[in-house]
Design a protein around this ligand. Structure first.
Ligand code: SF4
Length: 351
C-alpha cells in the first residue's frame, strides 16, 4: 500500500508539473491572493473568475486596502460573480486580519478557520498552498476523484480521511492543487479521460461513476425590465436604477434595473405609447427587437441554480421613478450592480 501511495503521488505531481493550466492565482503563494482566488472559485467557473480576480486585485492589492474599502466598492468589484455573501464575509475577514492580526494571515488551518467566511475547505487550501501545512482539501472535484479511485461511494469524514491518507505531506500545496486539477480537466463528471489519466493504473473505476441523482430540472420564467435612459441617451447620459432594500435576503443594497412586472407591463402598454418602449432601439445591439410596438428591445437568458430566466428588456420609462436614482452611465463601473443588471447593461453596450 505504501508503494502504491508513493507511486500515486509521484505520478500525479509529475503530471501536474507538465499539464497544469496557467492560471493567474498560481503565480503567487501570497496568502491574500490564494484566499481571494479560493473564495471567488467557490461555485463559480474558472473562466468567469480570471478577469474578476485581476480586476479585484488591481482595486484592492493588499488586505489592508480591502479592509479600508467601503462595502459598496467591494460589492461593485464583486459584481458579476454572484453569491454576494462571499464578498461581504471576505470584507469582514479582511478587517479582522488587519485589526486582530496586524495584517498577517493566520498561518495554520485552525487559525484560518476563525475568520469569517472561511470553512474547512478554504482553510485547508490556504494553509497548504500558502504555508505548506500538510492538510488535504476536499472539494467537488477531489470528492469525485477519490470515489473513482476507491471504486465506492465515500461521504463526510471518510472523504477527508481518504484525502489525507493520499496527501504528499512534503508538497501539500502542489498535491492539493494537482488533485483538484485532475478532477477539473481529466476525471470530469460525465466523460472522464481515463486513457490520458496519470493514475489510471491505480484507479478502481477507470470510467464513469454511476450517478444516482438526476440533475433537477430548471424552472422557466420570464421577467421584464425597463432600460430607462434620461432623454433617451443611453451612451453618455444617465440611466434610472433602483436599489434593493438593505434587509433584502438576496443581494441587499445592490443596484438593478426597474422591473416591469407581468401585470404592470400590460398596464404600461395601455398607458405609454408603445414606441416609447421599442423605437429607440440601439442599432448596435443584436437583441431580438423586431421594431414592432409590442416587442422588447432585446432579450437575454439568465440561468441560476433552479431557474432559467428569459429576460425581456424594454427601452423606455420605468413605471415609477419614486424609488431609485439617475446614475451617470460613465459611473456604472463603480456601482454595485447585480449580476443580471451588469449583463443587461453590457448587452446594451453601456458597460
Ligand atoms: S482512471 Fe479515469 S476514473 Fe480513474 S481517476 Fe483517472 S480519469 Fe478518473
Amino acid at each position: 500500500m505504501r508503494d502504491e501511495q508513493r507511486k500515486f503521488r509521484r505520478r500525479l505531481l509529475a503530471w501536474y508539473a507538465c499539464h497544469r493550466r496557467d492560471l493567474p492565482w498560481r503565480a503567487s503563494l501570497d496568502p491574500y491572493r490564494v484566499w481571494i482566488s479560493e473564495i471567488m472559485l467557490q461555485q463559480t467557473r474558472v473562466a468567469a473568475v480570471i478577469e474578476h480576480y485581476r480586476e479585484f486585485l488591481r482595486r484592492f492589492p493588499t488586505v489592508e486596502k480591502l479592509a479600508a474599502a467601503r462595502e459598496a466598492s467591494v460589492l461593485a468589484a464583486w459584481s458579476g460573480l454572484g453569491y454576494y455573501r462571499r464578498a461581504r464575509m471576505m470584507h469582514a475577514a479582511a478587517r479582522v486580519i488587519v485589526r486582530e492580526h496586524g495584517g498577517k494571515f493566520p498561518a495554520s488551518e485552525e487559525g484560518l478557520r476563525e475568520l469569517p467566511g472561511v470553512g474547512r475547505y478554504t482553510a485547508a487550501a490556504i494553509a497548504s498552498i500558502a504555508f505548506g501545512e500538510p492538510v488535504a482539501v476536499v472539494d467537488g472535484n477531489v470528492e469525485r476523484v477519490l470515489q473513482r479511485l476507491a471504486g465506492k461511494r465515500l461521504a463526510g469524514e471518510d472523504l477527508w480521511t481518504a484525502a489525507n491518507h493520499l496527501l504528499d505531506a512534503k508538497r501539500s500545496g502542489d498535491f492539493n492543487q494537482a488533485m483538484m486539477e485532475l478532477g477539473a480537466v481529466v476525471c470530469t463528471p460525465r466523460a472522464p479521460g481515463c486513457l490520458t489519466c496519470p493514475v489510471l493504473e491505480l484507479c478502481a473505476m477507470r470510467g464513469e461513476f454511476p450517478t444516482q441523482t438526476k440533475a433537477a430540472r430548471q424552472k422557466k420564467r420570464e421577467i421584464h425590465y425597463a432600460l430607462d435612459c434620461r432623454n433617451g441617451d443611453c451612451r453618455n447620459g444617465e440611466v434610472f436604477l433602483v436599489r434593493r432594500a438593505r434587509d433584502a435576503s438576496l443581494m441587499p443594497g445592490m443596484w438593478e434595473l426597474p422591473e416591469v412586472r407581468a401585470d404592470g407591463l400590460s398596464h404600461a402598454e395601455k398607458q405609454v405609447p408603445p414606441a416609447r418602449f421599442a423605437s429607440r432601439r440601439n442599432d448596435n445591439e443584436n437583441g431580438r427587437a423586431n421594431g414592432t410596438s409590442t416587442s422588447p428591445s432585446f432579450t437575454l437568458r439568465h440561468s441560476i441554480t433552479e431557474t432559467d430566466y428569459a429576460v425581456r428588456v424594454w427601452r423606455g420609462p420605468a413605471l415609477s421613478r419614486d424609488f431609485g436614482n439617475w446614475i451617470a452611465v460613465k459611473r456604472l463601473g463603480k456601482v454595485a450592480l447585480t449580476g443580471l443588471a451588469r449583463k443587461i447593461l453590457r448587452k446594451a453596450a453601456m458597460l
